[in-house]
Design a binder for this molecule. Structure first.
Ligand code: PAF
Length: 283
C-alpha cells in the first residue's frame, strides 16, 4: 500500500494505475476508520482495480462550536486498517495541502441541503460538497463510495455529481450496525457504554416506523408520534429531528408513499447521532 500526503504524489500514483488500465475507486473518509468504512472499501474492491482511501478531517464542513478539534485522528491505526483491507493507496493531505489559500470558491447544492441536518448545521453541506469536488478532481475516480448512514450527504453528493456531469458513479452502501442496532459511526467513540445502550433506541424507533408501514399505516405524523415515544423512553436522548421525507426532494410528506426516507437526529451526551431507513412503497 502506498501513502501520499501531497496532491502531486497521489496524482502520479493514480496516473500509473490508470495507464495500466485500472478502474479507480475512491472511498472519501475523515479517518477514525471502523467496520462501516471497511464495508465501503470492500465494495470498492469488488468494483475497482485500484482503491484509494482519502483521510482528511475537513475543517470547512464543521460548523463553529462543533467537534473539529476533538474529532478522533488515530492515523497509524487507520493506515493499519487500510493495509489489512487491501487498499492500494491512502491519500492523507494536510489542511494546507487542501486549502493553501483562503477558499473563496464553493460548490453549493440548493434545496435538498436545507431540511434535516441542513437546518441544524448551516454551511455543513457546502463544506462536504466542496471537499468532495476537490477530492474527485484530484483522484478522478471512476466510482466513489459513501455510506447510507449519512443519507442526506449521499443524496446531495449524488445530485451534485449528476447536476455537474461529474465523470464518476456515486455508489451508496448499506449502513453497518452494532449488534444492538446502533449505526456504526466514528462519533460513537464519544459515548459511554450506558450511552451506547441508550442509543439503541434510535434504531428501535426506525424499526417501529418499518412495522407501522408494514401493517398499513400511512399517516406520517402518527408514525412520528410513535417514534418520538420510543426515543423519549430514554432520558439521555435529546431529539433534534424525526422526519419522514420524499427520498429525492427531502420534503416532508403527510402520507407514506413512494420512495421515502425516515431520518432521525439526536444528541446523547457529547455526541450528535443520525440514522435513517429508506423505504420504497412503490409497487
Ligand atoms: O462522510 C464523511 O466522512 C465526510 O463527510 C466526507 C464525505 C469524507 C467528506 O469530508
Amino acid at each position: 500500500m502506498e501513502a501520499a500526503e501531497t496532491i502531486q504524489s497521489i496524482r502520479s500514483l493514480i496516473k500509473a494505475a490508470r495507464d495500466s488500465g485500472k478502474i479507480i475507486g475512491l472511498v472519501p473518509t475523515m479517518g477514525a476508520l471502523h467496520v462501516g468504512h471497511i464495508s465501503l472499501i470492500e465494495a470498492a474492491r469488488k468494483k475497482c482495480d485500484y482503491v484509494v482511501v482519502s483521510i482528511f478531517v475537513n475543517p470547512t464542513q464543521f460548523v463553529p462550536g462543533e467537534d473539529f478539534e476533538k474529532y478522533p485522528r488515530p492515523f497509524e491505526n487507520d493506515l493499519d486498517i487500510c493495509q489489512k483491507a487491501g487498499v492500494d493507496a491512502v491519500f492523507a493531505p494536510s489542511p494546507e495541502q487542501m486549502y493553501p489559500v483562503e477558499n473563496i470558491t464553493w460548490v453549493n447544492v440548493k434545496k435538498i441541503t436545507e431540511p434535516l441536518c441542513g437546518q441544524f448545521r448551516p454551511g455543513h453541506f457546502q463544506g462536504v460538497t466542496t471537499i468532495c469536488t476537490k477530492l474527485f478532481n484530484i483522484v478522478a475516480p471512476d466510482f466513489a463510495f459513501f455510506g447510507q448512514k449519512d443519507a442526506q450527504q449521499a443524496i446531495v453528493i449524488r445530485r451534485m455529481s449528476a447536476d455537474l456531469n461529474m465523470p464518476l458513479e456515486v455508489v451508496i452502501c448499506p449502513t453497518v450496525r452494532e449488534s444492538n442496532g446502533l449505526a456504526v459511526s466514528s462519533r460513537n467513540k464519544y459515548l459511554s457504554e450506558q450511552q451506547k445502550k441508550d442509543a439503541a433506541n434510535i434504531y428501535k424507533s426506525l424499526q417501529k416506523c418499518q412495522q407501522m408501514i408494514d401493517s398499513g399505516v400511512k399517516n406520517t405524523s402518527e408514525i412520528i408520534d410513535e417514534m418520538r415515544k420510543i426515543l423519549q423512553q430514554v432520558p439521555s436522548i435529546e431529539i433534534e429531528y424525526i422526519s419522514i421525507v420524499d427520498a429525492d426532494t427531502l420534503q416532508n410528506i403527510e402520507h407514506f408513499t413512494g420512495k421515502v426516507l425516515t431520518a432521525v437526529a439526536v444528541r446523547i451526551g457529547p455526541a450528535r447521532l443520525i440514522d435513517n431507513i429508506l423505504l420504497d412503497t412503490r409497487e
